[in-house]
Ligand binder design. Structure first.
Ligand code: CA
Length: 525
């Protein structure tokens, strides 16, 4: 390599940092694998799509052949933790490689501060073309992207508006998951083929209110979903859970969420319905009015029967909405095969967090409990990640930015709070810590989930709730994967509690979460 021919920025300390980062990412025993110097990356991130709805993760009823294909041809991660389990904050952490308290985006409906570094800027410096298409949900247009075409806020399932880099808004006719894929491949078609690319494909699916594509209406109507064992949880020993407002029983709305007797013409109604073309409206109306609402009227349900009917409808809408998501991931994989890009392109599929599909009687997310704490994450990198790799190490979304930087051989700038987990994916003995820090803030709206911070290790979860009430919870994930038995204060757990608290304190101090430190120091016993 002729040093004098390198671009001016790639000199001195930057070059040293780059070489060090490559050396760190690939230890001597991995040197026989020669990955492409700068692979392309497609990072597909959906919204609220949880592992329980993916067959690769063990779902017997969901049909996700294309996500399964990525897992089969690459790696599947079973313990990828989201450091603050809601939409915007998860994406802000993706972009910055920093926790919510550091990047300032602690809860939704807040504007992300664009005057802070984001890792795609580093990719650009390393010669990458960068783009984000679809849902971003940050209330601003961050730097670091050569091309943006994103949904304003949550966007709409049908005929959504998109906002481009120049802040111009345009409406695209069609189902949003299809449109996001179409805009993504159109950008890939016209990019500079001589440069590597980093493309974020941001999907709206499967966010509330779960409107399926026309072709997927009724896709799961012949399936009766088993009621989760924790569906009738009484929240014993868990004060915050007793006070939440996110249950299928009390919180889920028949009209807005389950589309029972929607007013399709209300001038101030849900904008999605007034956006329908006649070709979309007719089959949608026929299905939800002619079938679902009719069934609801005829059954005259109440009590337990009504809750369980709501649960079945929720599952059918959610999984039908996910059908298009998976099909569109398949379209992208086909595109990569057809264009010959597959061998030199890393493909990642993940979601901004996990979600409850009736566990604890809930929908939504937010909690440090397993179903919302963890997010699906599958990654394919031909020649580097062995097909069929299963990763049980605990990693965090704060690690995503450094991992993506090291995948591309890009120098990792100072200030990032995570660590590249590439060595974990390639099966190296990586001295990995298997711990993830968590801090959730959004309270009381919309679901009355009390703020809390905590630590998830490979065996335990410890959490400190605050706000209206101050208390601790402790779970042994191995014995109690559904977080039903709060062990905090129980006899025999004194030693592990003290040890976990000390480890949690270390994370708080290391990550400079001053608010948490203050609460930690003034904690009840
Ligand atoms: Ca979300």
């Amino acid at each position: 390599m002729n040093i004098t021919s390198l671009p001016a920025w790639l000199t001195g300390t930057v070059l040293l940092a780059l070489l060090l980062s490559i050396a760190t990412a690939f230890s001597p025993e991995e040197e026989k694998i020669t990955p492409p110097a700068r692979p392309n990356i497609i990072f597909i991130i959906s919204d609220d799509h949880t592992s329980q709805a993916i067959s690769a993760y063990g779902s017997k009823l969901a049909k996700t052949p294309n996500i399964d294909r990525i897992a089969r041809e690459g790696a599947i991660l079973y313990n990828n933790i989201i450091s603050n389990s809601i939409c915007g904050p998860s994406r802000a952490t993706l972009l910055t490689g920093k926790f919510s308290h550091t990047n300032g985006y602690k809860f939704n409906e807040k504007v992300f501060d664009i005057n802070q570094p984001v890792f795609p800027e580093e990719l650009q410096k390393n010669g990458y073309q960068t783009a984000w298409v679809g849902k971003m949900h940050l209330g601003s247009l961050p730097h670091g992207f050569d091309y943006l075409n994103i949904l304003p806020g949550h966007g709409s399932y049908y005929n959504s508006d998109f906002v481009n880099s120049q802040n111009q808004t345009k409406r695209y006719t069609g189902y949003v998951t299809d449109v996001v894929t179409q805009l993504s491949t159109e950008w890939l078609d016209r990019r500079d083929p001589n440069k590597p690319f980093f493309l974020v494909v941001g999907h709206k699916a499967t966010h509330r209110e779960w409107l399926p594509a026309i072709e997927d209406l009724g896709a799961y109507d012949n399936v009766t979903f088993p009621i989760p064992p924790t569906f009738y949880d009484n929240y014993e020993g868990r004060l915050a859970a007793q006070k939440q407002d996110m249950s299928i029983d009390k919180t889920m709305r028949l009209k807005e969420d389950l589309k029972v007797h929607v007013d399709y013409d209300a001038p101030n109604g849900n904008l999605t319905y007034t956006r329908f073309t006649p070709e979309q409206r007719t089959p949608f109306y026929n299905y939800y009015e002619g079938k679902v609402s009719k069934e609801f009227d005829e059954k005259k349900l109440s009590g337990k029967a009504l809750v369980e009917w709501k649960y079945q409808r929720y599952m059918r809408d959610y999984l039908a909405t996910a059908n298009s998501l998976d099909r569109n991931i398949g379209k992208l994989l086909d595109y990569l095969d057809k264009t010959g890009l597959a061998k030199n392109t890393v493909v990642i599929y993940t979601s901004d967090q996990g979600f409850y599909l009736g566990e604890h009687g809930w929908f939504d997310k937010r909690w440090i409990y397993e179903e919302s704490l963890k997010t699906p994450f599958v990654i394919r990198y031909p020649g580097v990640i062995k097909p069929g790799t299963q990763v049980r190490n605990v990693v965090s979304n704060v690690d995503w930015a450094p991992t993506l930087l090291s995948l591309t051989g890009t120098a990792i700038p100072g200030g990032l709070q995570g660590k590249s987990f590439l060595p974990v994916l390639t099966g190296q003995k990586a001295n990995w810590q298997d711990q993830a820090y968590y801090h959730y803030y959004e309270y009381p709206e919309p679901h009355h989930v009390a703020p809390h911070f905590g630590l998830r290790t490979d065996r335990y979860t410890i959490a400190r709730f605050y706000g209206p009430d101050n208390f601790w919870e402790l779970y042994d994930i191995q014995k109690d994967p559904h977080n039903l038995k709060n062990l905090y204060g129980q006899k025999g757990y004194e030693k592990i509690t003290a040890s976990l608290k000390a480890q949690l304190r270390e994370h708080i101090v290391r990550n400079k979460d001053d608010e948490a430190l203050k609460l930690f120091e003034s904690s009840p016993q």
